[in-house]
Design a protein around this ligand. Structure first.
Ligand code: NAD
Ligand code: USQ
Length: 382
């Protein structure tokens, strides 16, 4: 299959591009490398050293003989995007290329506007490019479980059947996101749904939970293929952050009581879920939603798991409850359905002590790269 991976230089996109290339697909990466520039803006870095995209794809070709083409440019530049479509004629377009940090989107007006413009307009451009240049192409779009928020009822996969005044309908599940970033994903979902309806586009919205880990079989083949691993208060996410904090002897930063519960999955399952979606395309005009996660945990539970594994390694690991910089429920009901990807063959890599140990080892191996001033959160919602 001819597959474009937009955002293919990022944390989820790079291992996905390698995995799809290994399966024999003709993979092209589109990326404007903005995430590397944001590292400079935030004076931050990946714990693991990351090579340039050019070096990465060259090494992949040298090791496997597989070529991954690269197109450096912005989805917001429509002329660039249409040229990519003309040259690649994609059968599937995997769209990771968005600003993905909730705290970054809450820094100030400029960062909120940037996030929504980058994400919503970029995605709208992709929809138009599919309509005009590749109408049969399957859009595989990375959404987020955070689109749903934390309602006091079960979270379904995209749609919910509602009975109201004696009549029934299947409607989009209500969205209650908690940041301008998460809201950008809701806006994307609405735009995709309309495009499917009016133009007959086929699309799968992957409402992904928080991703942990860094290695896949492919990124481990060579240090040049290594994935990025974020730890800072802006791009670092809960579990990976705790493991890196344990590695450098920082207290684990549970925000507030730590009762916040979120859906999680291993990066190895991210790449597999995208493959499953690509192998089972949505029908023409179908807007399909899959909840892409394997387990859920409260933040406090995760910190306790990391503490246990860290102590077994001989590290002293303290958990501290710091004032929550976000506006979010810390004590809430959480039950979300995730059967669709399982039904199509996903076999989850669950969060075991061995998995935690492997990520911790990667963090310990690179702990000198951690800039300690970046570990505590510095962005407040209000
Ligand atoms: P990332 O920041 O590591 O990667 C995103 C990539 O997209 C970067 O390489 C960046 O340079 C590129 N990009 C951003 N805007 C672009 C544009 N306008 N044009 C071209 N390239 C652009 O993020 P990630 O963690 O890999 O996340 C990928 C996607 O998955 C995002 O859409 C995110 O919302 C979603 N997601 C991530 C997680 C997670 O835990 N990391 C969880 C759920 C959903
Ligand atoms: N949290 C802590 N301590 C920390 C970091 C986070 O308690 O040191 C808490 C947060 O308050 C929040 C939860 O952990 O309640 C998750 O925060 P996070 O930073 O791990 O994840 P989030 O901001 O939700 O965003 C991440 C990705 C985003 C993706 C989302 C999936 O950055 O791209 O969309 O996970 S989801 O959460 O399902 O919406």
């Amino acid at each position: 299959m001819r597959i474009v991976v937009a955002g293919g230089d990022g944390f989820c996109g790079w291992p996905t591009a390698l995995y799809l290339s290994k399966q024999g697909h003709d993979v092209s990466i589109v990326d404007n490398l903005v995430r590397r520039k944001i590292d400079d803006e935030l004076r931050s870095n990946s714990v693991t050293p990351i090579y340039s995209l050019e070096e990465r794809v060259k090494q992949w070709k040298d090791i496997t003989g597989n070529e991954i083409k690269t197109y450096i440019g912005d989805l917001n530049h429509y002329d660039f995007l249409t040229e990519v479509f003309r040259q690649t004629q994609p059968e599937a377009f995997v769209h990771f290329a968005e600003q993905r940090s909730a705290p970054y989107s809450m820094i100030d007006r400029e960062h909120a506007v940037y996030t929504q413009q980058n994400n919503v307009i970029g995605n709208l451009n992709v929809l138009y490019a599919i309509k005009e240049y590749a109408p049969d192409c399957h859009l595989i779009k990375l959404g987020t479980m955070g689109e749903y928020g934390t309602p006091n009822i079960d979270i379904e996969e995209g749609y919910i059947e509602i009975e109201h005044n004696g009549r029934k309908d299947k409607l989009p599940y209500p969205k209650q996101p908690g940041s301008f970033y998460h809201l950008s994903k809701v806006h994307d979902s609405h735009n995709i749904m309309l495009a499917c309806k009016i133009w007959g586009i086929r699309a799968t919205d992957l409402n992904q939970g928080v991703v942990y880990g860094l290695h896949t079989d492919e990124t481990m083949l060579d240090p040049v293929l290594s994935n990025r691993l974020d730890y800072d208060g802006v791009y670092g996410t809960a579990l990976n952050r705790f493991l890196i904090q344990a590695a450098v002897g920082h207290d684990l930063t549970v925000y507030g009581s730590g009762g916040q519960t979120r859906a999680f999955l291993n990066i190895k399952d991210t790449v597999r879920c995208v493959e499953i979606a690509a192998n089972h395309p949505a029908d023409k005009g179908e807007f399909r939603v899959f909840n892409q996660f394997t387990e859920y945990f409260s933040v406090k539970e995760l910190a306790e798991k990391v503490q246990k594994v860290g102590e077994a390694e001989g590290l002293g690991v303290n958990i501290t409850h710091i004032e929550n910089p976000r506006v979010e429920a810390e004590d809430h009901y959480y039950h979300a359905v995730n059967t669709k990807l399982r039904d199509l063959g996903l076999e989850p890599n669950l969060l075991t002590d061995d998995v935690l140990h492997d990520i911790l080892s990667a963090a310990l191996g690179n702990k000198d790269r951690v800039i300690k001033e970046n570990v505590l959160p510095s962005i407040s919602w209000n």
